[in-house]
Each structure stands twice: as C-alpha cells, then as structure tokens.
Design a protein around this ligand. Structure first.
Ligand SMILES: *Cc1c(COP(=O)(O)O)cnc(C)c1O
Length: 429
C-alpha cells in the first residue's frame, strides 16, 4: 500500500513521522487519533503556493469543521490561514487560536440573530444564505451602530460527482441562493444602510475528485461577478469554497493536487477578473484536503470471530469515526504492529457500538490478526474526531499531535466523569 510521505513502516511497525504507533498506543491508550503537524503545514503551503503562483492576493481559509482542534487552528493561523467557520463555536475557536478576524468567513444556512450579532460585533465577514438573513443582519448591525460586511452564497446549480450527502451545489440543495436571484439580493443589500456587500461565495460539495466542477464553478462565479460589477458592487473577495477530495483508496483513487487544482481553476478566474477590470482577493476554503491524510486513528483489537464473515472487533466504532457508517466511506486499514506481514484473510473491522452498521472497514485482506493487535485507520484527519459522539456512553478519543521528535496531546481522552459532567437530576427523582 502506498503511504503518505509522513507515514512509514520500520521494523514491522507503522510510524507517524518519527513516532512508532505501537509505542504511542501503549503510552496514550486507544482509541487514539495521531496527527502529523508538518503534514498539515505542508498541505496548507501546497495550496497557498500553487494559487499565488497564478494570482495575488490569495487567502486560504481552512474549513474549521473538518477538524476544529485549537492546536491545528493555531498551526494554520501561524501559516497565515484564515478559516471558514460555520457556527459561533467555530468562530470563537478560530479567534482564540489567533486567527485574524479579517481572514474569517462566517457561513451557515441557518443563522440566528444572536449568531449574526456575534459576527458583526467582531467585524467578521458573513456569507448570507437567504434574503431573510439580509434583513436580519441589517437590523442587527443598526442596533450595534455598525456596518455588516457581507457576501451571498451562490447556489451554482452544479451536479458534482460525490456522495449525495456532501453535494452542496445542487439546485435542490439547502445551501445558497439560486443564480437567478443573486442580482436582486445584491440590489437589496446595496439599499441597506447598515450592510456593505463586499464579496461573493460558493461551495459546491466535498470529496470531489474531478477538476471540471471546480472550473465550472469558477466560470459561474466570474459571470456573476460581472453582473455585480455592473450593479456597482465593489467586490473585495470572490470565494470559490473548498471540496477537493483525497484518494482514500490508496493506489486506486486519483485526487488532483492543489497545484493541479490551481492550474485548472486559476486561468478561468484570472482571465475573468482581468476582463472585468477588477482585482478582488481570491478566497478558497479547503478542509478535508488539508488535514485528512495527516491523521491515523489507532484502535486495539478486542477479539476476532469467524462467522458469516471474519470479524475483527476493535475498540473504535462509529462514535469515533462515523464516515464509513454515514457515507459508506472507505478508509485504508494497516495492522500497525505487523505492518509488513502478508495479507492472509479477508476481514471486516467492527466497532463496539450496538448497531450492525458499526463497521469501520468491510472485507479487507489483512495479515493474521488476533487480540491485542493494533490497527491504524488511515486518512482519519477530516470529519473524524470532528464528527465523533458519545453514543452508547462511550467517551471520545484523545488527539495526539506529533512534530519531529515531539509529541503532545491536543485533547485528552474523555472519561466517564466527562460523560456525566453535564447531567442533572430533576429534584423529584
Ligand atoms: C465543508 C465546507 C468547506 C470544506 O469542504 P472540504 O470538502 O472539507 O474541503 C468549505 N466551505 C464550506 C462553506 C463548507 O461548508
């Protein structure tokens, strides 16, 4: 199996950077997420460098929902990243991690007035998702005596090849405003006293492995930018969203690199804005493609069972990594303590959750596996911990960050006490 550059096999053990996963699991326990900091930095820089080779100014906004751990946000803030934030919580985390407020975009298809107030107060640019939100933010800004800086999220009505649950640019999607209604939305914004439209935004979906949908989205956005320029909107940024996929099936999937993405999309963008005589900043919002392959999920084998299939029962389930159960997603599996042993049988890796859908990997050729072995689930850095839950009253896993010879927890494992910390007993019980 081909491995990402920060992963290697030494003496039969899987290493993350300089760290033997077998020793990390012994020291920190399982399930355990292990993230390589340099890999995250490298992926961010690939994006920044590939885009700035074509155009300046460029701002990469990391999609915080992929993994909002404050340590990762701080790493990326240090690289100059901003963030796409989708909730007041993500907004707060990004600010606390030291991100520049002018490099944040507050997104969301359903924001409360309280959410809008928080964003306007902090001078965060807001991507509006409906005409109702425009009215609301104008009133909120008026009450604060401020001017809200806004964009509208365009629904470009593109059918992209990905899982339906993460295709966000379909005409029928809950996200964005149809292209045809966009000019009216900006006209209305220009008439508002406490709102200034400064950008335009789209995001067409996630885990997209083809370049053409991104190119098409850029074409649509440039066309809309032209319509807005004619209305008198001064565009400070055009945000093309995120969504580039990663090759979860190693050696089978082929994902464009950030450079290939930039080489395909940027000519359309650069020629388009030049023809319009404008020079807005280009914003992009990658999440998955920055963090996914930086991280493995280590999980211990509790038992094996030969039934209709051969099951390998491990201590992480969809409470820790929901992508296989939720999207039918594929993650490569490595037996971390015998990583160079030949495959011996076909196994299904099952978690401890009381649901028959709690399978992390189905029908995989693995070396002989027995109780106590350690499995590594690869490419678990995006929508892994971030989507974890306490279902079945299972505490969430720890997250460990490694850099060179250093390693430190960026989140400890939850305990049973954490599970009960927010409970209260009604007085009549
Ligand atoms: C989820 C999301 C992203 C990031 O998507 P990835 O597939 O992780 O790159 C970017 N922008 C918005 C608005 C999103 O909702």
């Amino acid at each position: 199996m081909n491995l990402s550059p920060h992963l290697s096999v030494r003496g039969g053990h899987l290493y993350v950077g300089e760290h033997d996963t077998v020793r990390l699991a012994a020291e920190f326990g399982t399930p355990l997420y292990v993230t390589d900091e340099e890999r995250v930095r490298a992926r961010y820089r690939e994006y920044r460098d590939a885009l700035t080779a074509h155009y300046d100014p460029v701002q990469v906004l990391y999609a915080a929902k992929a993994n909002g751990n404050p340590a990762l946000l701080r790493v990326l803030a240090g690289e100059g990243a901003g963030a796409d934030v989708f909730s007041p919580g993500e907004l707060e985390l990004a600010l606390r991690a030291g991100m520049d407020p002018s490099r944040l975009l507050f997104n969301g298809s359903s924001k409360s007035r309280e959410d809008l107030r928080l964003a306007v107060e902090r001078r965060i640019r807001v991507s509006l998702d409906s005409p109702d939100e425009l009215d609301a933010i104008d009133q909120v800004a008026e009450a604060l005596g401020q001017t809200a800086l806004v964009a509208f999220r365009v629904n470009p009505a593109l059918d992209v090849p990905t899982h339906p649950k993460i295709a966000t640019g379909l005409a029928s999607s809950k996200f964005g405003i149809p292209h045809a209604a966009i000019p009216d939305a900006y006209r209305a914004a220009l008439r508002k006293e406490h709102v200034r439209p400064v950008g335009i935004h789209c995001h067409i979906g996630s885990q997209i492995l083809a370049l053409e949908p991104f190119v098409e989205a850029a074409r649509v956005m440039v066309r809309i930018a032209g319509e807005l320029v004619r209305l008198g909107v001064e565009l400070e940024f055009i945000d093309l969203g995120g969504g580039l996929g990663i090759p979860y099936r190693h050696g089978v999937d082929r994902a464009p690199s950030p450079r290939e993405y930039a080489d395909a999309v940027m000519p359309v963008f650069v020629d388009g804005v030049r023809e319009l005589g404008i020079r807005p900043a280009l914003w992009v919002e990658p999440g998955r493609s920055i963090v996914a392959d930086s991280t493995v999920l280590l999980t211990r084998v509790n038992s094996t069972k030969d039934a209709d299939r051969r099951f390998v029962n491990v201590d992480a389930g969809f409470n820790q990594l929901i992508r296989p159960a939720m999207y039918g997603a594929y993650h490569e599996v490595v037996v971390a303590n015998r990583a160079d042993a030949p495959a011996e049988s076909t196994c299904t890796v099952a978690g401890p959750i009381c649901e028959s859908g709690d399978l992390l990997a189905e029908d995989r050729a693995l070396p002989a596996v027995r109780e106590g072995d350690l499995l590594a689930i690869l490419d678990a850095g995006a929508y892994g911990f971030a989507m974890s839950s306490q279902y079945n009253a299972r505490p969430r896993a720890a997250e460990l960050l490694v850099r060179g010879p250093d390693r430190a927890l960026m989140r400890r494992a939850e305990t049973i006490d954490d599970l009960v910390a927010t409970h209260s007993m009604p007085p009549w019980l």
